[in-house]
Design a protein. Structure first.
Length: 217
């Protein structure tokens, strides 16, 4: 698997592009700056095959329709619990506009399901707390974990926004804590890290009880 990370927009959201097949790349969290995203894809000789949204906040979804407009017909994946809020007038903050619901949206609830496209597969972990429908995506073969705004290097996502819930966040962190130490973590903002490093050094993870059974991967 190949990938690159392109920070976009006022909040420097990590738009992550991953692929095996250059004709069917995944664009994850296109939060802004469609022109930059598409220019980089063109430079690399890549074409969109799927768009994946780790959660519904405006800074992670605002460029989704612009990306789709310049791409072959592509599905958009997100968790159903964020769908209503994500594509409403409430989910905007200047200079980010309201985002209309993509016509190819595939909103699902399934925890432990798999998204497959272009020779890549990512296992879905429902990790609410920052939003009700936050997802984390695990590329098992390549040992890469995308955590959206659930887990950052040295910190976690805020839970004081509408729909946030600290109790749900703690349970989500328990899920992530039980995953293998060697996973590379690409968060929704900021630098990449290694999950084992976060287990030892992230103050929020050190407080997590991870005595439950490990999730099946």
């Amino acid at each position: 698997m190949k990938w690159f990370v392109l920070p976009v927009g006022q909040y420097e959201t990590n738009c992550v592009v991953v692929w095996n097949d250059p004709s069917k790349v995944w664009v994850i969290d296109p939060g802004a700056d469609c022109a930059r995203i598409m220019a980089r894809l063109k430079k690399e000789g890549l074409s969109v095959g799927a768009v994946v949204l780790t959660h519904g906040h405006f800074d992670h979804i605002s460029a989704v329709n612009a990306v789709l407009a310049e791409s072959p017909p592509s599905p958009v994946y997100m968790h159903q619990k964020d769908e209503e809020f994500a594509f409403s007038i409430l989910n905007r903050m200047p200079p980010y506009p309201e985002t209309r619901r993509p016509t190819t949206l595939n909103a699902a609830r399934q925890d432990g399901g798999v998204i497959i496209c272009g020779g890549l597969a990512a296992k879905i972990f429902h990790t609410p707390g920052h939003t009700p429908g936050s997802w984390s995506l695990l590329f098992v073969v390549d040992k890469v974990l995308l955590t959206g705004d659930t887990l950052f290097k040295g910190s976690i996502g805020r839970t004081d926004f509408p729909g946030g819930n600290m109790d749900a966040m703690k349970k989500s962190l328990q899920t992530l804590m039980r995953l293998p130490d060697e996973l590379r973590v690409i968060p929704g903002h900021g630098p990449q890290t290694i999950l084992g490093h976060e287990k030892k050094n992230n103050p929020y993870l050190r407080e997590v009880d991870c005595t439950q059974d490990e999730p099946e991967i």
